[in-house]
Design a binder for this molecule. Structure first.
Ligand code: MN
Length: 406
């Protein structure tokens, strides 16, 4: 690839006001491209690059209001962002890429911006030691909560109570945020992929799915476990859990340098299909379940995504790829070969989702492949997902969340 002689702006972003919220804003998340390059999480900054002169670090000066209301101290560092106007005027007419957050009134060349953004995305994929150490701390804070879940679970406890207790342990363990909205889904709520914890109280015999992770300095853990509310699986839950766990462990082992993520997804989907066939839910071969996409009725999402700086981190397509592809009926958040020091989640799931399984078109399409009578009693189970965070190394996969029982 020929080196680009262009100017680049990497933009931190601005807080977004809540409509009607007076002076309130939505929680501010600095753009990860900007944070990765500067380590600065304040809004208003712009990192400017000139191929001859190198980088200029423009930052918003700390205001008096920030000092009074938020306790800001010291100086912002870098140069006053007011100087950006002049910087740009001096370079008028030269090719400009703008990446990161939007910069009001300043547009870069669309194609150049897209290209630089994708290259930055790709550069961010391998994690260095410091990044892995931050995720490891986030995992440790998360593990502190997960270690207590079985003690808290009992019939009558609400999803929200579990979420509050879990997050409390995360924060006491050093988290400064949660990596994403904590998911606690009990009973059939466990089949809702992104169910936020509700006031629903759990009943004996149900299962609960918990997907939560602590975040430290922008780096996050992403962990999912399922538990029987009353401490013991019933027969159906046990069978499904065994199939899922086996497939998840195999997928973990498959996280090797050079492996295509899409292939690993497809292999996992086939293994899950074989399991559902053993339970009498699928009537067709695993191969047919993958090719016809019948398996996506039960495993509708991707095997996982990149993790680190933010919960989706630098997922997406390998540099030469332009089209999003479907694998075994699922749209993947990433389509690339694994490389050394990539950190990924491995999170297969098996669910009984009414919106998919009661869809008349899907029922017709897969009429012969699913044993719909056998399936009926499984619907009340909900769904299961098991998720670990895995570092790909030349020596093989390193499971950062192995200490949390599954
Ligand atoms: Mn995840």
């Amino acid at each position: 690839m020929t080196p680009l002689k262009i100017n680049v702006l990497v933009v931190a972003g601005e807080p977004i006001g809540i409509p009607g919220g007076q002076d309130q804003t939505y929680p501010f998340y600095v753009h990860p491209h900007y944070y990765w390059l500067t380590g600065c999480s304040r809004p208003g900054g712009v990192l400017a690059f000139d191929p001859e002169e190198g980088w200029t670090d423009f930052r918003a000066p700390i205001s008096q209001a920030e000092r009074v209301w938020e306790g800001a101290e010291g100086e912002a560092g870098g140069q006053d962002v007011a100087g950006l106007k002049n910087w740009l005027e001096k370079r008028q007419g030269r090719p400009l890429a703008v990446v990161g957050a939007n910069l009001p009134r300043i547009d870069g060349d669309e194609n150049l911006s897209e290209r630089v953004c994708r290259e930055l995305q790709h550069l961010r994929r391998p994690k260095d030691e410091d990044e892995v150490a931050l995720v490891a701390r986030a995992v440790e804070a998360s593990a502190r909560g997960y270690a207590l879940v079985s003690e808290w679970l009992k019939p009558g406890v609400s999803e929200r109570e579990i979420a509050i207790r879990l997050e409390s342990e995360f924060f006491l363990g050093g988290a400064d945020r949660t990596g994403y909205g904590t998911i606690v889904g009990s009973g059939t709520n466990s089949a809702v992929l992104h169910w936020p914890a509700s006031g629903r109280r759990m009943a004996a015999g149900e299962l609960v799915l918990i997907d939560a992770g602590a975040s430290i300095e922008g780096y996050t853990a992403d962990i999912t476990r399922v538990y029987p509310v009353s401490g013991e699986w019933n027969a159906r839950q046990r069978d499904l859990h065994a199939i899922l766990l086996q497939a998840q462990i195999h997928a973990l082992e498959g996280c090797q340098v050079g492996v295509e993520w899409g292939d690993l997804h497809t292999r996992t989907a086939a293994e899950l299909a074989e399991g559902l066939r053993g339970l009498g839910i699928l009537r067709c071969s695993a191969e047919e379940a993958v090719e016809s996409e019948a398996i996506a009725l039960f495993f509708p999402h991707g095997l996982g995504h990149m993790l680190g700086l933010g919960v989706r981190d630098a997922s997406g397509l390998a540099p030469a790829r332009t089209q999003t592809r479907t694998f075994a009926g699922a749209r993947l958040r990433m389509d690339l070969p694994l490389e050394a020091n990539y950190l990924v989640t491995v999170e297969p799931g098996l669910y009984f989702i009414p919106a998919l399984l009661n869809d008349s078109e899907k029922r017709e399409k897969h009429a012969q492949r699913v044993d719909w009578d056998q399936l009926a009693p499984w619907m009340e189970l909900g769904g299961m997902r098991i998720e670990d965070d895995v570092l790909v190394t030349p020596q093989g996969p390193r499971n950062l969340t192995a200490a949390i029982p599954k």
